[in-house]
Write a protein that binds this ligand. Structure first.
Ligand SMILES: C[S@@+](CC[C@H](N)C(=O)[O-])C[C@H]1O[C@@H](n2cnc3c(N)ncnc32)[C@H](O)[C@@H]1O
Length: 426
């Protein structure tokens, strides 16, 4: 981790604000980024962001360790300080004495935390004297881990939990695969199955080669698989029903499809339009809910990347694991079922429909398949063959749908469920 400059207190305050934003609501880390990091120089910005992400990735372990040393939880600002102090000492290359000293300086600087300096000092120094046992299984909330064990078995659940603390490299999808060799070199990237480039570069992506020219966009290796499975040919029509911010729309347009990109969120569609403009790709963009969009057209290819709990995206947003609640999963599953039915009537005879979610929860994935086929006898499941579209062989289920787990690829990938249906000819 890059060292913070000066006394490093401003960078650590930035990290505290980012963590608070992330744990307040989904997307909160990105929303707080501008304010939290304002006034920080490049090195301190990187330090603040890394410290926030490290703390969020190890959240479960940190909570358990602190709970074991505290008779009762102290006020929230004190807990927040102890978390970042512990995260630095245990999980970064900040020296132990610096981790403790800066945490005490932060406590001293604010009236509500000042009286707790003694407690913070005792807890942190005690943990450094007798280092805690850190278990992978504490990286996830108990209830989610229990669900993953029930759904995937003990070994896969343990591997998922083990991946929570891993930092993800940046994956890129290319507009034109002919640029792959040259871009791989300038972006210090390796090619993954399916054509994704995995870059070793870090920092501001807008400064990386090929970004201003629109030669690539950031897209996790797993997220790039669903659109490839539609395998559209130039001139075929495609409807992306939940399109923003647009990674999959860009793929469909780059394949030569005549693409319609629908999303209920006008603000998220602004990002999609920017992405289209930068890459000089074309799509018709419509801000409407998929279920009620009053348009009678049917399409050769449909992509439904439905709103979901996003538990598969913990490598880049670890806080999702701590924000999601069981009732939310049940509610989202109902929304997804409705959207699948709405999508079905947009398929032309012989058309394909790919449904996907970046969730690890079977209610949002596997559970939809049987119901969908029951209510839509004119559709059949079209199995994905091993390695098709870059899908890891381990992800292919017996019925030919995909359950992509983060450890299915060396270096990790997001968790996804993907299934492809085909409508009969008539
Ligand atoms: C998982 S994200 C889509 C990501 C996108 N496919 C991509 O690759 O960049 C889900 C999207 O569904 C949109 N959404 C939620 N409910 C919707 C609805 N009823 N109709 C259309 N879009 C909806 C959200 O605004 C969000 O942008």
């Amino acid at each position: 981790m890059t060292a913070a400059s000066d006394d490093g207190l401003a960078a650590r305050r930035g990290a505290l604000t980012l963590i608070e934003g992330a744990m307040a609501r989904r997307g909160g880390l990105d929303e707080t980024m501008g304010g939290a990091l304002a006034g920080l120089e490049g090195r301190d910005r990187a330090f603040a962001r890394n410290l926030a992400m490290t703390t969020l990735r190890h959240w479960g372990q940190i909570e358990r360790v602190l709970a074991s040393r505290l008779a009762s939880p102290p006020p929230a600002p004190v807990m927040a300080l102890m978390r970042i102090g512990l995260a630095q000492a245990l999980f970064t290359d900040v020296a132990d004495h610096a981790a403790v000293a800066t945490t005490l300086d932060l406590a001293q600087a604010e009236q509500p935390t000042r009286p707790f300096k003694g407690l913070i000092n005792a807890v942190l120094r005690g943990l450094l004297r007798e280092p805690p046992v850190l278990r992978d299984e504490d990286l996830a909330p108990d209830w989610l881990l229990a669900r993953w064990r029930a759904a995937f078995g003990a070994a896969d659940a343990a591997a998922i939990a083990g991946a929570i603390a891993d930092e993800a490299l940046t994956d890129l999808s290319l507009k034109d695969s002919a640029d792959a060799a040259a871009l791989a070199q300038t972006l210090e990237a390796g090619a993954l199955p399916g054509g994704t480039l995995r870059s070793q570069l870090r920092g501001d992506i807008t400064l990386w080669p090929g970004y201003p020219e629109g030669q690539w966009w950031v897209q996790d290796a797993a997220a790039a698989i669903p659109a490839r499975l539609l395998n559209i040919k130039p001139g075929q029509t495609a409807l992306d029903l939940c399109a923003a911010p647009g990674g999959k729309t860009l793929q469909l347009a780059a394949m030569g499809g005549t693409v319609t990109a629908l999303d209920r969120s006008a603000s998220r569609l602004r990002r999609l339009r920017e992405n289209l403009a930068r890459t000089q790709l074309h799509a018709e963009v419509i801000a409407e809910p998929a279920e009620t969009w009053a348009d009678e057209r049917t399409f050769d290819a449909l992509l439904l990347d439905a709103p979901c709990s996003a538990t598969g995206t913990f490598r880049r947003q670890p806080e999702v694991l701590w924000l999601v609640r069981p009732p939310e999963i049940a509610k989202l599953a109902m929304v997804q079922a409705r959207m699948l039915h709405a999508a079905a009537r947009r398929a032309a005879p012989g058309g394909r429909l790919v449904y996907c979610v970046c969730s690890l929860e079977p209610e949002e994935g596997e559970a939809h398949v049987e119901n969908f086929l029951k209510y839509h006898p004119d559709f059949q499941l079209e199995p994905v063959s091993p390695s098709e579209g870059g899908a890891p062989a381990a992800s292919v289920r017996p019925d030919g749908s995909l359950r992509i787990l983060p450890h299915h690829m060396e270096g990790g990938m997001d968790g996804f469920f993907v299934v492809r249906f085909k409508r009969s000819q008539g």
